[in-house]
Design a protein around this ligand. Structure first.
Ligand SMILES: Nc1nc2c(c(=O)[nH]1)N[C@H]1C(S)=C(S)[C@@H](COP(=O)(O)OP(=O)(O)OC[C@H]3O[C@@H](n4cnc5c(=O)[nH]c(N)nc54)[C@H](O)[C@@H]3O)O[C@H]1N2
Ligand SMILES: Nc1nc2c(c(=O)[nH]1)N[C@H]1C(S)=C(S)[C@@H](COP(=O)(O)OP(=O)(O)OC[C@H]3O[C@@H](n4cnc5c(=O)[nH]c(N)nc54)[C@H](O)[C@@H]3O)O[C@H]1N2
Ligand SMILES: [Mo]
Length: 696
């Protein structure tokens, strides 16, 4: 037989959403590569997805349904049939739903193991809505910042990522672009070749910071103060764009008064730990290099004041009129341009009124009955690995260990979460199912065609919910819908109203012609104002914030845990720990791939020379990192990687691959951020002690 090629899409939770080509020979995928025809991802894959076939044909891949035979957490199972597994799950869900606490004692738990619209969030939502289960809110990653951005801009809309190659001044703000968004980084390198300057704002010397022209390292969680200080300099030195501010913004004079009175460079230097000269210089360079672009990303919003910080930074391009230029402005996420019919897919109208919402960041509390509403009695996990990725891990694990909790996990691999399952269901991977992909880092819609038959007895997530709906006698018209039909619904094909952004784009066009760029109606947003806010302007002053009890003007909200904001806590735990991703994992995904785990070596902690010296910690020592929530063990790397007072643990290791069986999330707090219940992973004070000296 001759080899064939199938066009697929990388499913990972990453802004790049690469177009891929999979080579199939005799029913087996033999090669995977980037699709050179896709102008954004340009035919190259990151070193993780380049190893995607190692996941597909991995020796540990889950291929059959399993039932637990050991204690929870031990990961001991026996094989059962799909019918047995589905019968057990359906009857247990029914008995919980019919029991004294009703269906809200059932909690779905999922995130973005796949970003595909169909396998990530379609029939599953319909199923749980129809069942009347608790609704899971999903702000673990991006919501605080996204919401903050929307207060200022009105929607998530921002710069077209493709425009960055034309920018003259680029700020990576809390964004490790070279690692977490490598195809945008290529655009930045293009811009640099044309003479642009690249600046990175990050408390540690990230891969991106190391490759930038200028690295500023503020204290974690102080970005809002920095942005206010920049605006002080802009207004003080008359560097604002008066015409743009007058026509396109509301609240400029109030903002001006605020920053001039409260955020002098000297005060901001104190709050951020930066030098006043650097604050002054950054403001001047930013205002005088046209066009100036900011890539703001999610790292800097995983703090108590993260939402307000993003809102504040999002004011900057309007103040200097950067939006006038296609290659100026700010980009957080491109997902807002797609306008897919998600409510048609998910049917939120099926949610019984009065159903409670459970914030996924508070799984620790939900599993211990500490939230309003019933104690969770059945937990259905898919597309997520909460035992490894959730904050306040020790409390999450003690909740998962509860004998009265019924847990189902749909997975590819025996993850830390699988170890706690009563029933495990083997899920298909991207090469084995159909999906439709938008992106949060470019503006192309893509279709992932199945390239090979499912391995073993694996089934797509959607099939599981179809089968459970049938067993619970739910309406066939809601659930007997194929994945292709779901994709068509998402693109409004079955609906009278269609977003103009999708004109000429359909399932068939994607299937026949490949990826399509969304037809955005204007060449670049906000060139002449017209922001999608209630006032129609960029809201430097935002009345909606006042209505929910926040300062309507940009302001600095300090981290919950820092030496400055919590001196008593810092007396015991003086170091600010941040735990953004390792280049070798995608959250906890790829923890199973030996070669990537070897590249990441072992759980590590980067520490400054001064902080190591004051604790007599030598480079290479094994340390325990701890606070009142828990601890984990890591090998210390001493050097100039982080500013003094900050430590960095590349993440997210599986617990079972970590010495001591716990990862960094044992120390992270489940406290919520200011907006939208966001997570605060990087707002975390710890102390570090040696457990074993360095071995030669
Ligand atoms: N290789 C790889 N790529 C990924 C992922 C992965 O796990 N691995 N994860 C994907 C996912 S789900 C997401 S959400 C994105 C995340 O990608 P990014 O948004 O880039 O987020 P992070 O890597 O979490 O953080 C970015 C940088 O912010 C810094 N940072 C932390 N706290 C602060 C702060 O208070 N202020 C400032 N200025 N900087 C701070 C961190 O040190 C880090 O270098 O990446 C996606 N891409
Ligand atoms: N300390 C710390 N914690 C963090 C972060 C951090 O930076 N530091 N980052 C946070 C962020 S930004 C995020 S987004 C979350 C991510 O948290 P999660 O969304 O839980 O991400 P992953 O760890 O990648 O786990 C996804 C799981 O889904 C499975 N999966 C993939 N595709 C499918 C499928 O089609 N069907 C089924 N059933 N399963 C599938 C994968 O095998 C994998 O085990 O973690 C958060 N946790
Ligand atoms: Mo994320």
């Amino acid at each position: 037989m001759t080899a064939t090629t199938v066009r697929a899409v990388c499913p990972l939770d990453c802004p790049d959403t690469c177009s891929m080509l999979v080579t199939i020979d005799d029913g087996r995928a033999v090669a995977i590569g980037g699709d050179p025809q896709h102008s954004f991802t340009r035919g190259f894959l990151c070193h993780k997805t380049a190893r995607y076939l190692d996941r597909v044909y991995h020796r540990d891949r889950l291929l059959h349904p399993l039932r637990r035979i050991g204690a929870k957490g031990q990961g001991q199972f026996e094989r059962i049939t799909w019918d047995e597994a589905l019968d057990v799950i359906a009857s247990r869900l029914k008995s919980v739903a019919d029991g004294p606490h009703g269906p809200q004692a059932i909690l779905p738990y999922s995130y973005c193991g796949t970003m595909g619209r169909i396998q990530s969030e379609s029939l599953d939502r319909r199923f749980f809505h129809r069942l009347g289960a608790s609704v899971l809110e999903r702000p673990i990653c991006a919501t605080a910042g996204f919401q903050g951005y929307c207060y200022t801009i009105g929607s998530g809309r921002g710069m077209d990522p493709e425009a960055f190659s034309q920018s003259r001044y680029i700020i990576n703000w809390g964004s490790n672009t070279a690692v977490t968004n490598s195809h945008l980084w290529v655009r930045m390198v293009d811009a640099k070749k044309r003479g642009a300057k690249i600046v990175t704002i990050d408390p540690r010397r990230s891969e991106t910071a190391a490759k930038s022209d200028w690295h500023l390292a503020p204290r974690p969680g102080t970005d809002g103060a920095l942005a206010l200080g920049l605006m002080h300099v802009l207004f003080r030195d008359n560097l604002q764009d008066d015409d743009y501010v007058a026509t396109a913004c509301v609240g400029a004079s109030e903002l001006r008064d605020r920053v001039l009175a409260d955020y002098s460079p000297a005060r901001v230097a104190e709050l951020t730990g930066l030098a006043t000269e650097d604050i002054e210089r950054l403001a001047r360079e930013y205002a005088s290099s046209t066009p100036a672009a900011i890539r703001i990303n999610y790292g800097m919003q995983r703090h108590a004041g993260g939402g307000m910080a993003v809102r504040t930074i999002a004011c900057l391009p309007a103040v200097i009129g950067a939006w006038r230029h296609r290659a100026g402005g700010i980009l957080l996420s491109s997902s807002a341009v797609f306008g897919l019919n998600m409510s048609g897919l998910q049917r939120p109208d099926l949610i019984p009124s009065g159903t409670r919402a459970v914030n996924m960041n508070q799984l620790d509390m939900a599993l211990h009955g500490e939230l309003p509403g019933p104690l969770v009695q059945a937990l259905i996990v898919y597309n997520s690995n909460p035992a490894a990725v959730c904050p306040n891990q020790q409390r999450v694990l003690s909740g998962l260990r509860r004998d009265d909790l019924f847990t189902v996990v749909m997975e590819h691999f025996p993850t830390d979460t699988v170890d706690f399952a009563d029933i495990v269901l083997p899920a298909t991977m991207q090469l084995e199912h159909l999906d439709l992909h938008h992106s949060y880092g470019h503006e192309w819609l893509q279709l992932n065609r199945p390239a090979i038959a499912p391995l073993g007895e694996c089934r797509p997530n959607t099939d599981v919910f179809r089968a459970l709906a049938r067993r619970l006698n739910f309406e066939p018209e809601l659930f007997d819908v194929t994945d292709e039909q779901l994709a068509r619904i998402a693109m409004w094909e079955e609906s009278a109203t269609r977003s103009p952004h999708l004109s000429g784009i359909s399932f068939d066009v994607l299937a026949n012609d490949g990826p399509q760029k969304i037809r955005t109606p204007v060449e670049h947003p906000f060139a002449s104002g017209c922001f999608p806010t209630p006032s129609g302007k960029c809201e430097l002053l935002c009345q909606r914030l006042a209505e929910i009890g926040f300062d309507p003007l940009p302001t600095f909200i300090a981290p919950a845990e820092s030496p400055q904001s919590a001196p008593e806590l810092a007396a015991r735990f003086p170091l600010q720990l941040i735990s953004p991703p390792s280049p070798h994992f995608l959250n906890s995904t790829f923890g199973e791939v030996d070669s990537l785990r070897r590249s990441a070596r072992e759980p590590q902690l980067q520490m400054s020379v001064a902080d190591a010296a004051s604790r007599s910690i030598a480079d290479g020592a094994t340390v325990r990192v701890f606070n009142d929530r828990g601890s984990f063990v890591a090998r210390v790397l001493v050097g100039n990687y982080v500013r003094d007072g900050v430590v960095f643990a590349p993440s997210i290791w599986w617990n079972k691959h970590s010495p001591g069986g716990a990862n960094v999330n044992s120390t992270c707090s489940s406290r919520l951020a200011d907006f939208a219940g966001g997570a605060t992973f990087f707002d975390n004070l710890v102390e570090v002690e040696v457990v074993a000296e360095a071995t030669k």
